[in-house]
Design a protein around this ligand. Sequence first.
Ligand code: ADP
Ligand code: MG
Length: 454
Amino acid sequence: TWGQARETLQTTIGKNNYQTWIEPLTFVSCEGGVAEFGVQTSFQGDWVSRNFGDEILRQFDKLGEPVDRLKFSVQSNRPRMAAATKPSPTPEKFLKKSAQITNAPDETILGAPLDKRFTFDSFVVGKPNELAHAAARRVAEGGPVSFNPLFLYGGVGLGKTHLMHAIAWELQSRSPELRVVYLSAEQFMYRFIQALRDKQMMDFKSLFRSVDVLMVDDVQFIAGKDSTQDEFFHTFNALIDQQKQIIISADRAPGEIDGLEERIRSRLQWGLVVDLHPTDYELRLGILQQKVELYRSQYQELKISDGVLEFLAHRISNNVRVLEGALTRLFALASLVGREITLEMAQESLADILRQSDRKVTMDEIMRKTCDYYNVRMSDLLSPKRSRNIARPRQMAMWLAKQLTQRSYPEIGKRFGNRDHTTVIHAVRKIDELKAQDSQVAEDAEMLRRMLEA
Ligand code: ADP
Ligand code: MG
């Protein structure tokens, strides 16, 4: 049957697609409604299933052999990384990760699996993320390596991981022969430590140096981890020297990551550094509408009015993950009650999320409360004065602004009498330092934070 199905697929999906994706499949079996195929990489399986799965099922159907599920298993003969397959005495905190990696299919030994939902198609572009999106697109088009490394940064839930996966999917579909590896900085460290322990450093090095595109997510994680940073730096240099593309993400700009070695920091800044800004109302609404459409294509009965979506976009924080969580909860509710979600229902069922998002502290409040607390004048706070009794409250206010708002360093600097962003960075560090040494400062910070968050 598969032989016949293949024949037809050649014409239904096009010769090119057929040769790239279908021909390399090894047919294993077709039993109990499940057709199983062998693939070289989990990516290949994901891709075929995502793009041609329905078509393959249709062909089986037509041939009178209905199949309701496709299964792809990795049958790689690539050399495995010995360290990852041999469970050896593991420090407690790595145990969980270790189990995960050992169980993973071959392809994920080096990289982590990619999320199927994170593609360019599903990424909604708006003002706050258009630059990051454009840069990601450019890199995903391959060709001459122009932005290297690409450094994406931004707060939690703003789409860094989504964009990185989208790049990986796109690169893989354009050039399946490329070795694209995506992993978190934490996974990088874990593998490094494992290789060290198992005396597999040569394997580790050659493996990571043989990739075509390396993506490391949440690189702030390795800040302060000296030997890991060191190895990362060497891998990084080796790949850049070979003109291999590197893509890095972090929750902050390279210059703002504490504990990151200077040489790494400056190397990261060589390429293109772009940030994802906090979402605005329009982007949030766009994302919600896209998700609703996606759900509707699966659950036609779903009803949610534009009014409710607008309400959510207004009231929910800029973290897209929280926004998605809220929507999912409403969908669950909708399927339970079987009728349209009203504003009242939304308000009621999302009370906890709304409360959290409401607690937005403004710069103005921070400055006023800090002045009150230390008994200094607002004009002094904004003035160039640098005497201790004014500089300290000013630093504290800057620190609070960084902790409690989504403002960037330059934005904070601007509000404080047009100061440079480096002044703000310095202030934040200073307070962090003092908090550790001086209990009075720690108490002030805690008090102020509580007052502002109340
Ligand atoms: P980060 O890695 O920056 O913390 P993620 O990439 O994990 O954030 O994104 C969090 C969630 O929000 C994911 O489910 C992602 O698909 C979604 N998301 C973020 N930005 C967008 C966007 N612009 N369009 C669609 N979905 C988005
Ligand atoms: Mg992420």
